[in-house]
Write a protein that binds this ligand. Sequence first.
Ligand SMILES: [Zn+2]
Length: 170
Amino acid sequence: MPASLNTEDFSDLIDANARYAESFGMAGFDGIANAGVAIVTCMDSRIDPLGLLGLKPGDAKIFRNPGGRVTPSALEAIVLGVHLLNVDRVLIIPHTKCAMGKMSEEELRKAVGDSAGQDASWQGFHVVADQIDALRQDVAALRTHPLIADRAKIGGFRYDVDTGLLTQHF
Ligand SMILES: [Zn+2]
C-alpha cells in the first residue's frame, strides 16, 4: 500500500460500498441508457436526477456540472449517448435557488476567497445571469448540433428544489 494512501479518510464510505456490493445486481450490464434518457443537470445535492424522473440505475446517462449547463464536455457526453449508448431523449435541468444563478462571478470569487483565506480571483466560474435564457441557448445548441439534432428529442426544464417538480420551458 503506498504511504500516501490514507484509507481512514474514506473508511465510512468504503464500508458502505462493501455492503452495497453484497446485493449488487448489475454485473455484466453494458452501460447503455436502458430508458433511452440522458440528463444534463447541476451538481446540487438537492437533485436526485434518477429519482425525480422515476428512473433507476442503468436507465439514464447523467452529466452534471455547476449550473447544469451544456458545456463542451456535456456535448461530448450527449454525442456519445445518442450514438453509442441508446439515448433518444435528452433533458436539460437547471434548478431553482442555484448558486450559479444567484451570484455574480465576482461574488463567487469573493466567497471562495473568503473560505480559502487566499486570493481566488484567478478561478473562473460559469455564472448564469438569466437561467431561462441560458436554458434556451442550451436547448438550441443540442437541437442544432449536427451529430445530435436528428437522433434525440431535446427538452429544457427547470427543477424546483422546494417542491420536487419539473417545469418544461422548451
Ligand atoms: Zn445548481
